[in-house]
Design a binder for this molecule. Structure first.
Ligand SMILES: NC(=O)c1ccc[n+]([C@@H]2O[C@H](COP(=O)([O-])OP(=O)(O)OC[C@H]3O[C@@H](n4cnc5c(N)ncnc54)[C@H](OP(=O)(O)O)[C@@H]3O)[C@@H](O)[C@H]2O)c1
Length: 228
């Protein structure tokens, strides 16, 4: 059956790899979103089942922007909230903008994307992409306060959404990723070599997005080779 899939944050890294994977199945129709339209169009020009549209989660009117972007879709089966903003700075140097941008892109922008998507959803799976650093009890790293606390809020949001929508067929889960080799990882841990590529991480996420809601709702799942 055709799946209508929306992925946010697809210019590079895991989001780009996700669209590449979904696009392999000609029955899937994918809407690739992000703020770098030129890059996305050149990433996905070879796929007839991928449409690219502009969406910047740092705007104050994400809900309205998404309503416009979703206009041509009659339904959304899968929404992957993959876009993320990371600032790596000692806590006492974080500016007001660093804090608000982190929460705007990683939390508020995601919530408003979901608000706009809801009227298009009946039996749907929303997958939020968080980090292992936002998972309670995991190892924490200096410099990532704005990023990891905002991703922890995304985890909490997942549980609250699932409670509020438990009588529906709209399911939401949250994946807390460990290190995957991308530009964001390089910004967080310069020089560190991740054990997993963006493509390999995308394989897990794509499979989970297609099937995970058959078994789970409101779950916060660590996807990481590190312990704890
Ligand atoms: N890589 C890791 O080790 C790792 C670990 C844990 C969690 N994660 C999470 O996994 C997700 C993907 O990360 P990644 O490593 O692939 O990062 P990445 O290579 O930095 O890619 C991030 C993507 O998000 C987009 N984005 C950033 N700000 C945006 C905004 N305001 N509006 C719309 N799109 C925006 C970027 O687009 P632009 O090109 O426009 O900047 C880019 O396409 C993120 O949510 C991240 O927090 C990654």
């Amino acid at each position: 059956m055709t799946k209508k899939i929306v992925v946010v944050g697809t210019s590079r890294g895991i989001g780009k790899a996700l669209v590449d994977l979904f696009a392999q199945n000609e029955h899937h129709e994918i809407l690739a979103l992000g703020r770098n339209l030129g890059k996305m169009k050149s990433n996905f020009e070879q796929y007839s089942n991928v449409t690219c549209k502009d969406l910047d989660l740092s705007r104050s009117d994400v809900r309205e922007a998404c309503e416009e972007v979703f206009q041509d879709l009659n339904r959304i089966d899968i929404l992957v909230n993959n876009a993320g903003f990371l600032v790596n700075k000692p806590f006492d140097q974080l500016t007001h903008h660093d804090l608000t941008e982190s929460y705007q892109v990683n939390v508020i922008g995601v919530m408003e994307t979901v608000q706009a998507a809801l009227p298009k959803m009946t039996e749907s799976h929303i997958v939020n992409i968080s980090t292992i650093g936002g998972f309670q009890g995991s190892v924490k790293f200096p410099g990532l306060t704005a990023y990891s606390t905002s991703k922890a809020a995304l985890c909490s949001y997942t549980e609250l959404f699932a409670e509020e929508f438990k009588e529906t067929y709209i399911k939401m889960n949250c994946l807390c990723l460990g290190a995957a080799q991308t530009e964001m990882l390089e910004a967080a841990f310069p020089g560190y070599q991740a054990p997993v590529s963006a493509e390999k991480m995308a394989e897990y996420i794509a499979d989970f997005a297609l099937k995970g809601h058959q078994w789970m709702n409101g779950k916060i799942i660590p996807v990481s080779l590190s312990t704890p």
